[in-house]
Design a protein around this ligand. Structure first.
Ligand code: SF4
Ligand SMILES: [Zn+2]
Length: 331
């Protein structure tokens, strides 16, 4: 049964661990329900299902009640991450008086993270946020073609760079999110795209978080995936990206995949998924590549998959195509 959404209730609040000054600390994550991402209202990104978390009628008063609900759950965590399924700096989503109250409530925190599209990041908007802020930017890819055609992001990599540099000039931290394997890309291209994007983001980021694509409900990507036109990336591809990028990157590299180990999310053979994801989690905390020491027989299958895709030149789900063919033959 679909959860009833209320304008005066946050979409979700939960606790997890994250880094503060390089140490793992308790963190609280709050997702405010807002009137929605301005870009989603114009069609949005191909893989984004966040619009299901918004309600057009959310008012400033509703948001104040949502803050009350969030504060009831707050237990003094040093790190709070505040998401809106859009842009925290967009006055249309979070009016200035609401932002001010949020900053007052969390003035004792060591670290406050929020995300914004670059068009809302200006010297003026950032001059009104505390110095404990980490600005999160959804760069996704440093390739303008990938960003416009595959992700349909509605801004360019240079827009993100400008926003990141602006935050750094004002003494704030920057966490950049990258996508691993946007639609229409074969797996080996996606790995190279992520590596180039990490090199691009390194110049203005303190942290780079790699998000392997997770197929969300109601998105264009889900439509493609249901038809066998997309396979979420292998966990081995994520391991490969981290192992090759970490030695040459200044920023901390991290990944905390949503939907990991499921068909919609980053996955391997099903037997080793949890084990390999655990090693990625350990690496994200320690930055020690020695942590990523898991192996499985399916590594060889992954290599063959990369090769087959290159030969066939298709980003369709090859394993699924073969399974479907075998089922037809067996009928
Ligand atoms: S991914 Fe971000 S920018 Fe794109 S539609 Fe979703 S919320 Fe908006
Ligand atoms: Zn395996």
């Amino acid at each position: 049964m679909e959860k009833r959404r209320s304008a005066s209730q946050p979409e979700a609040v939960w606790k997890e661990k994250d880094l503060v000054s390089g140490r793992e600390e308790d963190a609280m994550v709050a997702i405010f329900r807002t009137s929605g991402c301005s870009w989603a209202k114009k069609g949005g990104c191909t893989m984004c299902g966040y619009s299901s978390a918004s309600l057009s009628e959310v008012t400033s008063e509703d948001l104040m009640i949502q803050i009350d609900a969030v504060m009831e759950r707050y237990e003094g965590e040093k790190f709070v991450k505040l998401y809106t399924s859009g842009s925290f700096l967009d006055d249309g989503e979070i009016p200035p008086e609401v932002r001010e109250r949020i900053f007052r409530e969390f003035s004792g925190c060591s670290r406050i993270l929020f995300e914004s599209r670059p068009e809302y990041v200006t010297r003026e908007t950032l001059s009104r946020v505390p110095k404990t802020v980490t600005l999160a930017l959804g760069l996704e890819s440093s390739d303008p073609e990938v960003l416009s055609k595959s992700v349909r992001k509605g801004f360019t990599p240079d827009d993100s760079r400008r926003a990141g540099e602006c935050a750094k000039e004002l003494g704030l931290s920057v966490r950049t999110y990258l996508l691993l394997k946007p639609p229409f890309m074969i797996e080996s291209e996606a790995i190279e795209d992520a590596l180039r994007s990490i090199a691009f983001a390194d110049a203005f980021s303190d942290e780079i978080s790699i998000n392997p694509v997770n197929v969300q409900r109601g998105t264009y990507l889900e439509h493609l995936w249901r038809r066998g036109g997309y396979r979420s990336p292998w966990i081995w591809s994520l391991v490969d990206v981290i192992a090759r990028a970490a030695p040459i990157t200044k920023a901390r590299i991290m990944s905390s995949p949503s939907g990991g180990g499921t068909q919609r999310g980053v996955h391997n053979c099903g037997v080793c998924d949890r084990k390999v994801l655990d090693t990625i989690h350990k690496f994200s905390i320690t930055q020690d590549l020695g942590c990523m020491d898991a192996h499985c027989e399916c590594e060889e299958r992954w290599r063959r998959y990369l090769e087959s895709e290159r030969v066939l030149g298709t980003a369709a789900d090859i394993d699924r195509g073969i399974r479907d063919e075998l089922m037809l033959v067996g009928r």
